[in-house]
Design a protein. Structure first.
Length: 93
């Protein structure tokens, strides 16, 4: 098998795997709140990444803006699929 064919098979396999993932699980965890649904101030997120302790005055609980408190967001592949279906349905009416 030539290297070009191997690369093409790898790309097609990765694309098919992602399409299967979007079909089985169309929602993924929100990246802004890490799937919790609660807004976390940026200082706490930065400290959690660095492993340093954080001084907290009070905990502000409010829903995440991006996922509206659900903790899940629609995957990019599923958004593309939905847009394509909508375009096809609008074009065939």
């Amino acid at each position: 098998m030539t290297p070009n064919a191997l690369v093409i098979l790898l790309i097609l396999g990765t694309g098919a795997g992602y399409a299967l993932l979007c079909w089985v699980s169309p929602f993924g965890p929100c990246r802004a709140c890490d799937g919790t649904g609660n807004h976390t101030p940026w200082t706490e997120r930065r400290a959690a990444r660095n492993g340093t302790p954080v001084k907290r005055r009070r905990r502000i609980r409010r829903p995440c803006r991006r996922c509206k408190g659900t903790g899940a967001r629609l995957r990019v592949g599923r958004r593309i699929h939905n847009a394509g279906r909508r375009l096809h349905e609008d074009g065939t009416r």
